[in-house]
Design a protein around this ligand. Sequence first.
Ligand code: KMH
Ligand code: ZN
Length: 270
Amino acid sequence: MMDPLIITSAVIGAELTKDIYPNLPTTTDELAQSSIEAVKAGASIIHLHVRDKEGRPSQDPAIFKEITDKIKEQCNPIIQYSTGGAAGTHVEERISPLNLSPEMATLSMGTLNFGDTIFENQEYTITKISNALIQNNVMPELEIFDLGMMDTVNRFLKKELIPEKFHMDFVLGIPGGLMGTHKNLLTLVERVPEGQSWGVAGIGRFQLPLTAMSISMGGHVRVGLEDNIYYTKGILATSNAQFIERVVRIAKELDREVANPDLAREILKL
Ligand code: KMH
Ligand code: ZN
């Protein structure tokens, strides 16, 4: 039997600007509010990036803490800090919020062209972030952007450089990474190490078809403005919650239960 569905809300990311999406939540209040709405709609994980007062991407632990506290005043999702930050962020900055010991954080498993930029994750960087996760007792979500990154996961596992238990997220459709086709997702899923959970984050137009595929295959799902701003072709989404509500409806139609945060913790063995 399939585990209940864990839905992650990728609230904002590091790349999106108000020029492209005018209602982008950027202040601590707005990011907390958008996260709370996503949780009320059915998300059990918040994938969190934060912005400074000017709206620029930041890895400042104080901002992560402020938003975490505001969310926790009203609901209790798993909060997953981004260690990816924005392309070009120094690794020391990327790991700095891990001192707050969030329940989860990301660990990107390789370098790729990321649109016009390079998202650099040398072996040194992966090891450094993984060590910080282990030291702070944080469960990683391995971000897989391309097929070869699965081989890197296996190499790191063999050398015991990443924690034994993790969650895998296939982020498909980044220009520079693996496309979000059904066949690509299937190939990745076939290679998930025994005992590990997985989900998919389809970028842009890949979000909806991969969501439906993952729900019917027993995987989990990430949606949100970080990955896609269009609810349907040419029509901007009104909020993060709107994406979550659609995932919940699809899950119901496919007879898949949706996990609340505590059930998600059990499924992930947090
Ligand atoms: N902003 C991307 C360059 C993560 O959150 O860990 C990297 C990213 C991955 O978003
Ligand atoms: Zn991210």
